[in-house]
Design a protein around this ligand. Sequence first.
Ligand SMILES: Cc1cc2nc3c(=O)[nH]c(=O)nc-3n(C[C@H](O)[C@H](O)[C@H](O)COP(=O)(O)O)c2cc1C
Length: 187
Amino acid sequence: MSKISIISSSVRNNRSSHRVTKYLQNYLAENHPNQAVDVIDLDELNFPIFEERLSHQKSPAERVIKFANQIKESDGVIIVTPEYNGGYPASLKNAIDLLHPEWRRKPIAISTVSSGAFGGSQVIISLQFVLWKIRSWVVPAQFPVPNVDAAFDEEGKASDQEGTDKRAKNFIDELLWCMEANEKMSK
Ligand SMILES: Cc1cc2nc3c(=O)[nH]c(=O)nc-3n(C[C@H](O)[C@H](O)[C@H](O)COP(=O)(O)O)c2cc1C
């Protein structure tokens, strides 16, 4: 059974993008029941501000080691990120920089989220570059979410279920294709 980890990046009080994490988790459970899915919630993990990479830390915290193992063992990753001032939140960069070999050749699909009309369209380029730089494999598919509070309730239920599921299918199918291709090439 292959495994997908969904990184929920926002640590903001009363965050909304976590709704998208819940939606994608539920979508995968309903449509790909044989797929193991883990949510990596950066708010729960509450990492301190970056001081050093895991591989250079003398006594790393248990939760950092767990995070590294989760990424290492994942066949694919989804990053759900809000857009803050045209970029991604510091909590996400803080977590990305902790690891290095764990990201290599990892298929990563990005979902950008905003409360405005543009679905976080400005954050994607800078995040793609960072993920490319760290040698992951950015999946060429998007799941942008505009007007997040109207699009999903707190449990991740979509207000337009049919339309949202259709967009999620394109996004998830592309991630699964990349995961399968990666597995074949890694044998
Ligand atoms: C510091 C900050 C900066 C923001 N900048 C943008 C922005 O550049 N573009 C945008 O569409 N929304 C922006 N927003 C609104 C966010 O899209 C909105 O708060 C969304 O719900 C973010 O996800 P979160 O609730 O999970 O933190 C910003 C919000 C914050 C808190």
